[in-house]
Design a binder for this molecule. Structure first.
Ligand code: PLP
Length: 433
């Protein structure tokens, strides 16, 4: 499988190069040359396949010959070693829990898959690869965990000092080994600026192979289609039209769901549920794209004002607004509505949702006002414990700390404070790290 750049100004590359490059030289996102549907019998018989078989069938064509079949199966076995249960919430509404992985965020699957692909590809390279990533919270932990101990790969994570939760900070500073955490005196935007500068730094590139691990990387983006297929497998016998509501920030997850649809999954409509960072809901109303600086909310993993993966979504529909509108509805919700939803879900169903899942729930309910006969599935993208400072006061009760989280809370924090790009550069250049 070849990948081209959405800016159409770079050579086509194989999966291997797309993973190592992260982004194309013309700064465009990579996109697969074709998406071949799976046979209809695959979806008719999906209940007979286990998760690894489903994942293998879905991802095989996108990896192509770059990873041999048995190696790809081994990787998927390691990546998918936890549950993805569909939990009924109320009549016609269910949630797909994506938080049973090691860092309790849905980003675990993509981060682990990318780590193992990169580990496989660096086996035949002389030079180490350095993964450089800026995080506002959840990405850092999933990436640190996914890449821990992968040979030939060094990971450097930049996070804004005092602006991530304690649990999130522990998840990225206590692992050690090939994972380094840089505590930046500044905001998330400052972290991201430094990372971008490093990617453009010709001096640095002479002695370091840098790649990024955010959702623009095809190896982090594409495995997210598994979730939709796993949910379909569990809900196919509902006898109602299925619709997915995806709490969205950078729009990688929902875009992967749309790729699953292109594989032939019989689900035709998606709901993008956002917080007040409503660039896409405004686009779906007005038809023109008008990005804005991001605003802080209680669903902070979705605080994105200019979602990079929306380019891929528009491209999937050949930039035809009407075609896209036939398959996508987008809604935005305030923090106040989100808190109310967390309380409502708990009081009516006894279910504790995190702020991101609650935004997804609101999207399902709003869509069902006009489409009452659908079966709505919202994705629960993080465990509520990761947002306990929001959830506990709303519910007026304490949440139990799961063992994965307790383990990192007991670890020792190690980080290097930096304030300027020069400090990042000398850190990356230092042979001792
Ligand atoms: C990253 C994240 C999202 C947003 O996913 P996108 O693919 O960026 O749209 C939603 N919820 C949680 C908890 C996340 O960490």
């Amino acid at each position: 499988m070849k990948y081209y750049s959405l800016h159409h100004n770079s050579p086509q590359v194989s999966f291997r190069e797309a993973v190592i490059n992260g982004i194309a030289p013309d700064r465009g996102l990579y996109f697969p040359q074709e998406i071949r549907p799976l046979p209809p019998s695959f979806f008719e018989k999906i209940g007979a396949y286990d998760e690894q078989e489903i994942a293998f069938s879905a991802i095989r064509q996108f990896v192509g010959a770059d990873i041999p079949e048995d190696e790809l199966r081994t990787i998927l076995g390691q990546v998918l070693d936890f549950e993805f249960p569909l939990v009924a919430i109320e009549e016609g509404v269910a949630t797909l829990e994506l938080f049973h992985g090691p860092t309790m965020a849905f980003k675990d699957v993509g981060a682990r898959f990318m780590a193992r692909c990169l580990g496989y590809f660096s086996g035949d390279r002389k030079k180490e690869v350095t993964v450089l990533v800026a995080t506002s919270g959840d990405t850092g932990g999933a990436v640190a965990n996914g890449f821990l101990g992968v040979p030939g790969v060094q990971v450097v994570i930049l996070y804004p000092r005092g602006k991530v939760s304690e649990i999130q900070e522990r998840q990225l500073t206590t692992l050690g080994r090939n994972i380094s955490a840089l505590e930046v005196e500044g905001t998330f935007d400052d972290c991201q600026r430094m990372v971008k500068q490093a990617f453009l730094d010709a001096d640095l590139k002479q002695h370091t192979t840098l790649t990024s691990a955010n959702s623009i990387n095809v190896a982090r983006w594409l495995p997210q289609m598994f979730y939709f297929l796993f949910a379909y497998r569990q809900a196919a016998d509902q006898g109602k039209e299925l619709v997915f509501s995806v709490p969205s920030g950078n729009f990688g997850n929902i875009c992967a769901g749309m790729v699953a649809q292109r594989l032939g999954m019989p689900v035709t409509h998606f709901i993008a549920s956002t917080n007040i960072n409503d660039t896409v809901p405004r686009f779906m109303q007005q038809g023109h794209y008008d990005p804005r600086p991001s605003l802080s909310t209680i669903s902070n993993a979705m605080d994105v004002g200019d979602p990079s993966n929306f380019d891929r979504i528009r491209h999937l529909f050949d930039d035809d607004f009407q075609a896209l509108a036939n398959h996508l509805t987008a809604y935005s919700f305030t923090d106040k509505e989100t808190r109310k939803a967390i309380l409502h879900i708990y009081q009516h169903s006894g279910y504790v949702a995190d702020p991101h899942g609650a935004v997804g729930y609101l999207g399902v309910k709003k869509y069902q006002e006009t489409h009452p006969h659908t079966y709505g599935i919202f994705l629960e993208t993080a465990h509520p414990i990761k947002f306990l400072d929001v959830v506990e006061p709303v519910l007026g009760k304490k949440l139990e700390i799961p063992p994965q989280i307790q383990k990192v809370m007991d670890g020792k924090k190690v980080s290097t404070p930096i304030a300027t790009y020069d400090e990042l550069q000398s850190f990356l250049a230092s042979p001792a790290r």
